[in-house]
Ligand binder design. Structure first.
Ligand code: ATP
Length: 438
């Protein structure tokens, strides 16, 4: 393969853009490179979405020039000498300044200084991510591979660039697992030793919550999180989520059942947007106590929304699952009440747990109940609190009880019109028994 043909794997539109940017770099007297994961993916013939560029010179000034020329949105991160551009057609581009990083303390973010391209590549995580393609006109398309990235891609090997790499930045431990699993590569033996050594220390503990969260959720966003999780288990890394996390055989079965559950849910409810990594995190912690889950949520600095999705409680999941897979009659309104504060992610977990149970039964019943539940979520009563007030009822907690009863009756289909709702309320008011009955 010639190096020119490497860039020709990009769409014509992207290729022209890179040529134009190369010319712009010539005008500005700086060297411009396409760099990192995008080069790796081009060599692997994998699709790439975003473009990472690096400038030998002032990257931020160049990014401003590009943003002006292409009317792209621009965000500048002075501290890291990088900028992010959002082009009108949706393309995202990071433009960085070639740099040297020094780690004052392991696991903390580095300090950054300008450096030449070769040095910039030497601070990267793995050889396969430490390649660049030149974009200036005279050298357009030439691969710069000072650390044997192409050799390692061919050998399907993940290799760090120096022995202190995982200690400088323990997020690389997760990144190594991510690339190993994604590409089906193996760790080079020395890298595997260094990784095991770094994993056995408490370096990951020093990572901030958001950085750890980012790595864990990226891992669980991959195509086969079950394997990545098994690898974390094998390397005894799950302890950094919580040292009492229960990673049992049945948890593994639940995790393995998630893809099918997600696929069924996606087919049945295409409008429901599922946070897939959170489902995997829920499956992983599905046999851990609520206290363990709460601590893990704090450690990972999950957002309030993610925490709410996760916080259903193991015992509650088990109880609801038992009721929903019991062939005895459960009214639709009861199903609604069981599930009303379950997130869609928690519903997917129910499916996975059911499918993974040793004596799996009731799967189609559970699916029917979930379909009924999703339908009942759209049911509304015609009457509101204001109507109850107009009917002479003093505002108070009783409103919630009456409106709840009306909603149940609507969901069960025993009431279908507003007139019937009014008659229901009148009857109770007439009898004066709303309070006692509710
Ligand atoms: P993905 O395909 O998952 O996006 P990527 O390799 O493009 O993978 P990014 O996180 O976008 O990953 O990083 C872009 C590049 O920046 C990497 O290819 C690597 O060269 C460098 N890089 C990212 N994170 C690190 C790190 N923790 N340590 C060293 N280099 C890193």
């Amino acid at each position: 393969m010639t190096e020119r043909s490497l860039l020709s794997r990009l769409s014509q539109k992207r290729l022209s853009l890179l040529r134009e940017l190369g010319n712009l770099a010539d005008e500005g007297g700086v060297s411009l490179y396409l760099v990192g994961g995008v080069v790796r993916d081009l060599l692997l013939k994998r699709e790439t979405c975003d473009l990472d560029l690096t400038v030998e010179g002032d990257g931020i000034a160049f990014a401003r020039l590009v943003a002006d020329r292409y009317r792209a949105g621009l965000a500048v991160f002075e501290r890291f000498a990088t900028a992010r551009l959002a082009f009108p057609d949706g393309l995202k581009m990071d433009i960085a300044t070639t740099r040297r990083e020094s780690y004052a303390q392991p696991a903390l973010l580095p300090t950054v200084q300008p450096a030449a391209m070769e040095e910039d590549l030497s601070r990267r995580d793995f050889t396969i991510n430490a390649m660049a393609v030149q974009l200036n006109r005279a050298t357009f398309g030439q691969l710069f591979d000072p650390y044997g990235g192409q050799r390692d891609l061919r050998a399907r090997v993940i290799r760090v660039l120096h022995a202190g790499s995982f200690q400088d930045d323990p997020t690389r431990i997760f990144r190594a697992i991510r690339f190993e699993q994604r590409f089906g590569f193996r760790l080079d033996p020395a890298t595997a030793r260094l990784l095991a050594q770094a994993a056995s220390m408490n370096l990951i503990q020093r990572l901030s919550g958001p950085r750890l969260q980012n790595e864990v959720l990226l891992l669980f966003a991959e195509r086969d999180p079950a394997r990545a999780m098994a690898r974390l288990g094998q390397l005894k890394l799950l302890r950094f989520l919580h040292r009492h996390l229960c990673y049992t055989k049945s948890v593994k079965r639940t995790v393995a059942a998630v893809p099918k559950a997600l696929a069924w849910w996606g087919r049945r409810f295409p409008d429901s947007v599922i946070d897939k990594p959170i489902v995997y995190l829920m499956a992983l912690s599905s046999e851990s106590s609520q206290a363990v889950v709460a601590t893990m949520i704090r450690r990972l600095a999950l957002s309030r929304e993610q925490a709410k999705k996760m916080n259903v409680g193991r015992q509650r999941v088990e109880r609801v699952l038992k009721r929903l897979t019991d062939p005895g009659t459960v009214r639709p309104s009861q199903v609604f009440r069981f599930l009303v504060d379950f997130s869609d992610e928690a519903c997917v977990l129910l499916l996975a747990k059911q499918a993974s149970a040793q004596a799996a039964g009731g799967g189609s019943l559970l699916k029917r109940q979930l379909v009924a539940y999703m339908k009942s979520k759209t049911v509304k009563t015609a009457l509101t609190g204001r109507d109850l007030q107009a009917m002479g009822l003093q505002p108070g907690p009783l409103y919630t009880t009456i409106l709840g009863k009306l909603l149940d009756a609507r969901i069960d289909g025993t009431i279908t019109t507003e007139a019937e709702e009014r008659a229901f309320v009148q009857k109770r008011l007439g009898k004066g028994d709303v309070r006692s009955e509710c």
